[in-house]
Design a protein around this ligand. Structure first.
Ligand code: GLY
Length: 288
């Protein structure tokens, strides 16, 4: 224990159960195979439990060469302090302090290079994004998952930090000339805070009028679950808006994201107020 049961199919980031009790785990395994997550859990993977801190690492590759994009950390649980149900993501931060040079060198040598070589060795002609879900266990990287896409809400902090023209990079991918392209990164921190519908990730109401969008000046507001009804922006999903800001550090960027999110209103809006809580530098303890 703990027992990690993971739906082998796509389950919108919600298909993992972590259970301490073997009887409970066996019961849930039966439930999963019988359709708890629909067809996604027809096959279940039982995984080793890894205790550590997660970071999302992204590369683009033309199949031979690759470039590492800014890393990010997302916050998947609905509740403060990473509690409650999994969501599609409640916020994200980039860069991630613990993913320092040493750690990223390990990720590069132990994960990225073998993956790119492995794809070729297996005759898989892959070009595009690779998303490595990494967990740092005592400073060593382990792969939790791969995705053939960017992450959400990581994209809302990774792309704002990419100074290079993304289209140029795509051209490099399409023409096999990625090695000739340059990836320039903005050194500032970017943070995003997700505004969600009350009740999400369980049942929630849609169609709530959103006000205050035009009052936001210092952040970028990405629309996720919204719709335009006769000129009025309304909620149309669980994850409604992502509010991204830059700062010289995480605290400054988060302050702006929260201020901007505070200017936007809709009935039953919910945000996590502790994004980045686990990355905040703790003051050194005074010595007696
Ligand atoms: N934020 C995790 C994902 O996009 O899968």
């Amino acid at each position: 224990p703990p027992y990690v049961l993971k739906a082998d199919g796509l389950a919108a980031g919600k298909g993992v159960l972590i259970l301490d009790d073997i009887k409970e785990a066996k019961k849930e395994l039966k439930n999963m195979v019988s359709g708890k997550f629909g067809d996604a859990s027809a096959t279940v993977v039982i995984e080793q439990f890894l205790s550590g801190i997660e970071v999302s690492v992204f590369v683009i590759t033309d199949g031979r060469n690759y470039k590492i994009l800014p890393e990010a950390k997302d916050y998947k649980r609905i509740g403060e302090g990473d509690t409650g149900l999994n969501t599609g993501g409640m916020g994200a931060i980039s860069p991630v302090a613990f993913a320092n040079r040493d750690f990223m060198d390990k990720v590069d040598n132990q994960v990225i290079i073998p993956t790119i070589k492995g794809l070729r060795a297996e005759g898989i002609d892959y070009s595009g994004f690779i998303f490595f879900g990494i967990i740092s266990v005592k400073g060593d990287p382990y792969v939790i998952e791969y995705n053939c896409r960017m992450g959400d809400p990581e994209t809302e902090v990774v792309m704002p930090r990419l100074k290079s023209d993304l289209l140029e990079l795509f051209d490099g991918i399409a023409t096999g000339t990625l090695s000739e392209r340059d990836v320039q990164i903005d050194p500032r921190t970017a943070t995003t805070v997700m505004m969600v519908s009350g009740g999400y990730p369980e049942s929630y109401e849609k169609g709530k009028s959103i006000s205050g969008l035009r009052n936001v000046e210092d952040s970028i507001v990405f629309h996720a679950g919204t719709t335009d009804e006769g000129g009025m922006v309304k909620t149309n999903g669980g994850r409604v808006l992502a509010v991204t800001s830059y700062g010289k550090d995480m605290e400054t960027a988060l302050k702006k994201s929260y201020e901007s999110a505070g200017k936007i209103e809709f009935d039953k809006k919910y945000i996590r107020t502790d994004i980045g809580f686990d990355l905040i530098k703790k003051p050194a303890k005074a010595k007696a």
